[in-house]
Design a protein. Structure first.
Length: 231
């Protein structure tokens, strides 16, 4: 069994002498030190410290805040150290998992993490059940209603006197205020899902589509179609 230490300072302007002195005073054989600030900052020496620790070793820090970035992070570390059989000693806060009271504190931290995860899961399930009871399901709301999609397909299939398509996909998309990709997704029989590397007949046809003369007020034409289908 060996005792190791870890120190972290928030900015390069700070000194870690006090942490190092305290860790040396309790007999740490080796001390890893990081200079990092912010919850997302990388801490390579912390990773090296965890890699070095073995079952039965002790990890000493001056304060929990030197080791963990948040309460959730602290509970994750507590669970990790407990699983690996590594004791924790927090010098300034009186936590020592080599003692019964310290182990109790450690178990409380692990239980907090488990309870938090259960509460989040329970809240998610309740939200989904409530939404289903109101007739709503998960997922993104379609950008086109079923009737709008039907009108869009009719516009795409309609031909002019010259045998060419009367409306282009770009014009249909502009009429409904959506992207061309959305129009393609509603036009294809598969709902827009394609296998990688394959081109659907619709896309091949669109690539060779000849643009007809400009159509005046395509929005009015679409509204006329909506009224016709609703009557």
């Amino acid at each position: 069994m060996a005792r190791y230490g870890y120190a972290r300072i928030s900015t390069r302007s700070q000194r870690d002498d006090s942490q190092l002195d305290a860790l040396r005073a309790v007999g740490c054989e080796r001390i890893w030190t990081d200079t990092a600030s912010g919850k997302l900052a990388r801490r390579p020496e912390w990773d090296n410290c965890l890699d070095h620790l073995r079952r039965g070793d002790e990890l000493a820090v001056t304060r929990l805040s030197r080791m963990a970035r948040s309460v959730r992070h602290l509970t994750e570390i507590a669970a990790l150290l407990a699983e690996r059989g590594i004791d924790l000693v927090v010098l300034k806060q009186g936590i020592d998992t080599t003692t019964p009271a310290g182990r109790f504190t450690f178990h409380v931290l692990a239980a907090m993490d488990e309870m938090l995860a259960d509460l989040i899961s329970e809240g998610t399930r309740e939200g989904l059940d409530s939404a289903r009871a109101r007739g709503r399901v998960g997922g993104r709301k379609p950008k086109l209603t079923a009737r709008q999609a039907e009108v869009a397909r009719g516009m795409y299939e309609e031909k002019g006197d010259d045998g060419r398509r009367k409306y282009t996909v770009a014009e249909i998309a502009e009429t409904f205020g959506v992207s061309r990709k959305t129009v393609y997704r509603h036009l294809e029989p598969s709902g827009g899902r394609r296998q990688p590397g394959k081109t659907t007949p619709l896309l091949r046809d669109a690539r060779h589509e000849h643009l007809p003369p400009p159509v005046v007020n395509t929005a009015a034409a679409a509204l006329s179609r909506l009224s016709a289908t609703g009557s």
